[in-house]
Design a protein around this ligand. Structure first.
Ligand code: BES
Ligand code: MN
Ligand code: ZN
Length: 482
């Protein structure tokens, strides 16, 4: 779907009139007394996101509530609601009139951003869709936005949309299509021409590096593991980069500690952290961010097999620490341990942010509204939480501490890969922390409840959300480009 900006109303397509706080706006009044009556008949009171159809003189007009306050959130609700309503309506064009909306340039650009994000669908495998189930809306025109909105959208948000779309595609694709090698290939093709440097380490290189934890997870799968590295050098030469590290388990059966059958198909999106890192890197490069950022995706498939790792195995990580694998389903932390060691050796980053669909316990704690953030640095935590509030990818801080850390000591190795059931997300974070070097600022985001949604929201239809891309893009802008 295409986004355009214009100063005048196009003569084709649905006219969309935002209505603030119930007050029938000038534009509605201009349509005549029947229009106001039609709104009343549909119990339309201008609540944010509420819609009502009007047909003055046989032309379709959509009235849409925008609530009382002109906020970024209200702007996104507007853009998203318009597309949700019209995407498969048969209409091919819509024009959203922002002249009297009260939205500033930034909010107006966010109307467009939300419209573009809400239009994404994954229909690739639906060969029998009826015409009326297919998207018809091809163009949304933003009319009368304050000066600067169009430029802001083009430069700042269009690349972000492309990043979110990449993440969603990777997350939504089935696990027979997206496995470690095809993930890396898909990303490589998708970022071609952006200026990102792409490197992929295969099994032989990781074996030579001694990545025993990551390789232990991968050894039950016929799919070769990959470490995908995306490098963006838009900042000053020699400035140490921000490192973004993603868990990319392209399918998590649990391994020998196998998961129950019911719902296991959802573990195709256990690569949501790596997907967010890939999408964020594409967005960051797409808008030519003045920052040095490196993205690492630890890609493996976790399968049960004659060659799979066993509960009780002891593996040696790349940094020489040993791990007793109590539960082969606690695999994400094993992948992240070696990916984080590698990025520190190779890039000496000043900050590491890892993202992972790491624990079911995180979903129990926070549901689907916030991802959990664990950090060894208060400023970093606040910066990330701030970026989350600004973009809607919300974060809630969780604790770390020595008493939790002791829970993963092992009698046979340096540590075990699981603690007790209680505090399961925290002991998982403590495990990762053991691989972060002294003086490195680090945050771990447990996004288990956020990568996939069972319900529609303003900026996505149910399915892959693209969580983390907007957050990371904004975080990089805030801290590295100032
Ligand atoms: N990928 C799962 C976590 C997960 C569960 C993500 C549900 C999204 C929804 C992870 O690898 C896992 O299996 N974690 C275990 C850890 C346990 C064995 C300590 C869990 O949370 O049950
Ligand atoms: Mn698992
Ligand atoms: Zn997992």
């Amino acid at each position: 779907m295409q986004i355009r900006f214009s100063d005048s109303l196009p003569d084709r397509g649905v006219r969309v009139i935002p209505v603030r706080g119930g007050a029938a706006s000038g534009a509605i009044a201009d349509l005549g007394a029947d229009a106001a009556a039609a709104l009343r008949a549909q119990r339309f009171e201008g609540e944010s996101g509420a819609t009502a159809d009007l047909y003055p003189a046989g032309k379709r007009v959509l009235a849409i509530g925008i609530g009382d306050k002109a906020t970024g959130e209200a702007a996104e609700k507007l853009g998203g609601a318009v597309v949700a309503k019209l995407l498969t309506s048969g209409e091919s064009e819509a024009a959203i009139e922002l002249s009297d909306s009260g939205f500033d340039a930034e909010d107006s650009a966010r109307v467009a951003l939300a419209a573009a994000l809400r239009a994404w669908r994954h229909d690739r495998y639906r060969t029998k869709l009826k015409d009326k189930q297919k998207p018809s809306l091809a163009t949304v025109t933003i009319v009368g936005a304050p000066a600067g909105a169009a430029k802001l959208y083009e430069e700042r948000y269009a690349p972000l949309v492309a990043g979110v779309e990449l993440t969603r595609e990777l997350v939504a694709e089935p696990p027979n299509i997206i496995y470690p090698e095809s993930f890396a290939k898909r990303v490589r093709e998708s970022v071609e021409g952006t200026g990102l440097k792409v490197r992929v380490l295969g099994q032989a290189e990781m074996t030579a590096l001694g990545m025993g934890a990551l390789l232990g997870v991968a050894q039950g799968s016929v799919r070769e593991p990959q470490l995908l590295v995306l490098e963006w050098n838009g900042g000053a030469d020699g400035t140490p980069p921000i490192a973004l590290v993603g868990k990319g388990v392209t399918f998590d059966t649990g391994g020998i500690s196998i998961k129950p059958a019911a719902g296991m198909e959802s573990m195709k999106w256990d690569m949501g952290g790596a997907g967010a890192v890939a999408g964020a890197m594409k967005a960051i490069a797409g808008r030519k961010a003045k920052a040095n950022v490196v993205g690492i995706c630890g890609l493996v498939e976790n399968m049960p097999d004659g060659n799979a790792q066993r509960p009780g195995d002891v593996v040696t990580t790349m940094d020489g620490q040993t791990v007793e694998v109590i539960n082969t389903d606690a695999e994400g932390r094993l992948v992240l341990a070696d990916a984080i060691t590698w990025v520190q050796r190779e890039y000496k980053p000043r900050v590491i942010v890892d993202l992972a669909t790491l624990t079911g316990a995180m979903v129990i704690a926070l549901g689907h509204e916030y991802a959990g953030i664990f950090s060894n640095d208060d400023d970093l935590a606040l910066q990330l939480i701030g970026a989350g509030d600004a973009t809607g990818d919300k974060l809630w801080r969780q604790p770390l501490g020595d008493a939790y850390d002791r829970l993963i000591d092992s009698p046979i190795a340096d540590m075990k890969n699981v603690g007790p059931r209680e505090g399961g997300s925290i002991t998982a974070a403590q495990f990762i922390k053991r691989f972060v070097g002294d003086g490195v600022k680090w945050a771990h985001l447990d996004i288990a409840g956020m990568a996939w949604s069972d319900k529609d929201c303003p900026t996505w239809a149910k399915g892959a959300t693209g969580y983390g891309v907007r957050l990371l893009d904004r975080f990089v802008e805030d801290v590295a480009e100032g």
